[in-house]
Design a protein around this ligand. Sequence first.
Ligand code: G4P
Length: 538
Amino acid sequence: MSLGTKILNNKDILEAVNKRRNFAIISHPDAGKTTLTEKLLLYGGAIQQAGAVKARGNQRKATSDWMELEKQRGISITSTVLQFEYERSVINLLDTPGHQDFSEDTYRTLAAADNAVMLEDAAKGLEPQTRKLFEVCKMRKIPIFTFINKMDRPGREPFSLLDEIESELGLNTLPINWPIGSGEEFRGVIDRFSREVILFDKAVRGKQSNEKRLSLEDKEVSKYVERDLLENSLEELEVLDEAGSKFEKEKVFNGSLTPVFFGSAMTNFGVRPFLDSFLKMAQKPTSRNSNKGDIEPASDEFSGFVFKLQANMDPKHRDRVAFVRVCSGKFEKDMSVKHSRTGKTIRLSRPQKIFGQDREVVDDAYPGDVIGLNNPGMFSIGDTLYTGTHLEYEGIPSFSPEIFSWLRNPNPSAFKNFRKGVNELREEGAVQILYDFDESKRDPILAAVGQLQLEVVTHRLKSEYGVDANLEAMPYQLARWISDGWPAIEKLGRIFNCKIVKDCWNRPVILFKNEWNLNQFVEDNNQLNLNKVAPVVS
Ligand code: G4P
């Protein structure tokens, strides 16, 4: 490559990086993630109509043919990446599976995101799934933008919602706009920086909306907003101004300050102002840590890592797709890359962009983008792909399992296939596998963060390996790896309400029934070092 083309390429990559913003939504079921996603996509023109993201109810069953299990349960298992353009920015929305389809993949998706949008229901505030996902964002120190949804319905006091975020998550808040009333009396928001009133109009819903804005000084405001409501809101704003935080980009970028927006996704209120501010404040694709230090996105060499594997997305092809987050350089169709774990060179001939249920072959991709690669068993979660000299990104952490179940093999003659299936699914990252400490009990224990992972395993064992398997739930909710090893376990006296097991690397793990049992154990054995997650195997 001549120097000339090199510079040209770099400029092209730099431009692409500057245009890109990538984020995932973290929320609890029912907070309105699907609704918000639909509305965001409306502005990008990426879908023709709101509602195309995830058809609901019967319609969903009729349109989804990805997977038998998906059909049976009427859910969308696959997390997809939705790319759309808005105001000359390219936005990648990494969809995090939620609801019953919550699984380790939900967490892993956050490993590929540069920003997170924390979505709360104004009536409920922080909810369990949001807290869990927040922990992952905190670990990665990614910027978090808060959208308080359902303002058209009676909700909690805005101050109490902010206090909760500050005191429980340790995250400073910076409201970008402030609501005027709520529920039946919701009239809109005041944009704190432009000092404008953005008026709420219930009727907009499925259309791209251009909310009516009036200056706070404009007399017309009184036509739409009752005086007491406005005064109340202005008083609260004064309190905020006196006490409040200032916008400091660095603090947003290191995840210690969250800009907060109020709106109503269903009525399409506040979505465009949110998107506009988000694009100004969000972090573009950043450098990532590797064995060679931080790798800058606008580099000559391509690199990326696998953050998710998905089997059977298309039953007609029985394929597997590895989702790769591009971290640096330019990805081009047919390029040859190195696979850091095996040292092999691979030609990436059919890279795909996956949009909802559709796929198209991509010709190129840039840092912040996600591509899908056909995966004939070659990729594992966390694998690095690169061109140039050897490179390995930091691995994706595993997550502490909370659901445990025996996996019984009812047909001993199928033992070989059963074992092969279990091992391959484990290697792929579909589920974590533990074994009883007592070696006479050979059935594996599935350890997962979501029930769906267990169902996927039994379903795939049947459809891909031809073996039956039965689940038998275990009464445990927490796992701790004992880093002091087996000698420490042998020294333990009798322990109650917990079970000693081992992982695939023969490391001791203790399962506990609940937090109380765990605390009791820690009190009685405070010399032991307990880990919430499986230590990385080097
Ligand atoms: P999720 O993906 O986070 O689980 O939530 P989803 O968008 O499916 O929304 C959950 C429910 O909350 C839906 O109602 C949705 O219409 C409603 N919702 C979302 N945003 C708002 C909002 O801003 N205001 C109000 N009032 N409701 C909102 P549903 O009855 O379960 O479904 P549907 O029949 O409306 O589709």
